[in-house]
Design a binder for this molecule. Structure first.
Ligand code: F6P
Length: 540
């Protein structure tokens, strides 16, 4: 579809949606009051994940308008193109085949064969580490793994390892270092013995500043601890598509796990970038994660659009972004072990959808992706939920609840889930001025006092949310949840008509970072702005 055709379909669809919104001013309370089957009708389930999207400003006709637009832009064909490996990353002329990373059964394609070989390499390596056959330079078994990577080479495995804590092996500890701030690496290795620590240098490009600097420091640390150069291979492996650069760094060819240009960094935890997951939790756990994601891939490929979980989530997000002025979306996993999930989502969504042009390079005449933020529930309730409830912005929320308790403290789990449900209910219901006044009078306040205080107690309500329930926080369901959001982001990219698979916006900062570093201790070029010049003087 050309940019003109897309922009015209988009303009028409948004015009219809806007007039629909103006004509039918409904409240969420009314929508529920007029339909006692609403929760049943506006819900869907797949791959062990239940989605309740009834607490949204949606009626059947709203959804139909959104689905019409999805059909108009050939969404089913676009999904098919993604999954079949067409070069949909049109600015880099590549497919985006993260779904091939979780194929099941016998390999059928060249990509799947490469993935199968890589899985075997990961399995064998994990086995060598766990069995103690892999030894450090003093002959001791490896007990500590440090993953050095950033962005997609960090956030996914970091989040999954934490989420799957009950699967973690007792005799191995896995750590993550991302920040170029030396405190990250030095705080991590301070407690580790070099002789039985192994580093994974995870970098698709093997040129990322932060990762290279941390890897060089780690190398120095191992050498300073007495490791001969000839034994460095016992302490370093790499995951990269840049084999030459990894070898130049000193990593033995047989210790380099492949990455491919057809896998985007933020979609890569299913590749050897997930090695820390296999090492921390066992190779079979990593496989179970893949099967869960594959179940979601199958659903995404085959379910009708109106029952398709990723599509529904994307349509809803699109609706609030384009027609309700929602500049952000909050992600609230009510699970301590999913604390890192919003950070993973941020890169996934914002690096994918933070674009200013259509696939064909025309400047967007409508909003692109929005801000994604959040934290683990219930902690957020005691910090930023105030703004969700009474602030002036509409901020759609995704609540994620886990049905099965994640600890033996079952009573606390009941409280956790009650908190989760009550937050979406409070967002929906709110409290009117009349209700606030009445409540105050019932509490013994005079009419005058109640009049004065009531406006402060008003909670507008009518604020939308989705609730996702996953059966258990196990590898399979986690895999399905992550794939659900990956496909949601892709679908949202289709609805926006942008390429969600490049990220050239980050390049300018990288380039300028190198120039600034070069200018340290020298006179800054005169054509630099005075703020940059002054900051350089003050800091160095
Ligand atoms: O600069 C952004 C980015 O390229 C991300 O897209 C990527 O996940 C991250 O940096 C790390 O890149 P690499 O794996 O090549 O080190």
């Amino acid at each position: 579809m050309t940019s003109e055709a897309l922009t015209s379909s988009h303009t028409t669809a948004i015009a219809h949606l806007n007039s629909h919104q103006q004509q039918h001013k409904w409240s969420l309370r009314d929508l529920f009051a007029s339909d006692n089957q609403r929760a049943q009708r506006f819900s869907a389930e797949a791959a062990g994940i239940y989605l309740d999207y009834s607490k949204n400003h949606l009626r059947d006709d709203t959804l139909q308008l959104l689905l019409n637009y999805a059909e108009q832009i050939d969404l089913p064909e676009q999904i098919q193109a993604l999954l079949s490996g067409a070069a949909i990353n049109n600015t880099e002329h590549r497919p985006a085949l993260h779904s091939a990373l979780r194929f099941q059964g016998e390999p059928q394609t060249e990509h799947e064969q490469a993935v199968a070989d890589c899985r075997e390499q990961m399995r064998k390596f994990t086995e060598q580490i766990h069995s103690g056959n892999w030894r450090g330079f003093t002959g001791k078994r490896i007990e500590h793994i440090v993953n050095i990577g950033i962005g997609g080479s960090d956030l996914g495995p970091r989040m999954v390892v934490e989420a799957l804590r009950p699967w973690q092996k007792d005799d191995i500890s896995v750590h993550f270092v991302a920040n170029i701030d030396g405190a990250d690496l030095s705080d991590t290795i301070a407690k580790l013995p070099a002789e039985n620590t192994l580093f994974i240098v995870a970098s698709k490009s093997f040129s990322t500043l932060e990762t290279r600097q941390n890897a060089l420091s780690a190398r120095r640390w191992i050498l300073d601890a007495g490791c001969p150069e000839s034994d460095l291979a016992k302490h370093f492996v790499a995951v990269s598509s840049n084999i030459v650069a990894a070898q130049d760094f000193g990593i033995a060819a047989e210790n380099i796990f492949p990455m491919w240009d057809w896998v985007g960094g933020r979609y890569s935890l299913w590749s050897a970038i997930g090695l820390p997951i296999a090492l921390a939790c066992g190779y079979e756990t990593f496989e179970a994660l893949l099967t869960g994601a594959h179940a979601m891939d199958t659903h995404f490929a085959s379910a009708p659009l109106g029952e398709n979980l990723p599509v529904l989530l994307a349509l809803i997000h699109f609706w609030y972004r384009q027609c309700w002025g929602a500049g952000s979306q909050v992600i609230l996993p009510y699970a301590r072990r999913l604390a890192q999930f919003p950070a993973w989502m941020q890169q996934l969504d914002m690096e994918s959808l933070g674009k200013g042009v259509t696939r064909e390079g025309q400047f967007l005449s409508y909003p692109s992706g929005s801000v994604i933020w959040g934290t683990e529930g219930s902690n957020g309730q005691h910090s930023f939920h105030q703004l969700l409830h009474q602030g002036t912005d509409l901020i759609p929320a995704d609540f994620i609840a886990v049905k099965e308790p994640t600890s033996e403290l079952r009573e606390q789990h009941q409280w956790l889930l009650s908190c989760c449900i009550s937050q979406s209910q409070a967002l929906l219901r709110g409290k009117s001025l009349h209700e606030a006044r009445q409540e105050l009078e019932e509490q013994g306040h005079t009419h005058r006092e109640a009049q004065a205080l009531a406006p402060h107690k008003v909670v507008p309500g009518n604020r939308p949310s989705n609730t996702l329930i996953i059966e258990r926080l196990d590898p399979h369901h986690l895999g399905a949840l992550l794939a659900l959001y990956e496909h949601k982001v892709f679908t949202h990219g289709c609805l926006l008509g942008i390429n969600p698979f490049d990220q050239w916006g980050v390049e300018l900062g990288k380039l300028l970072g190198a120039r600034i570093h070069e200018a340290i201790g020298k006179t800054a070029p005169e054509d630099w702005d005075s703020s940059t010049q002054t900051l350089l003087e003050k800091l160095f």
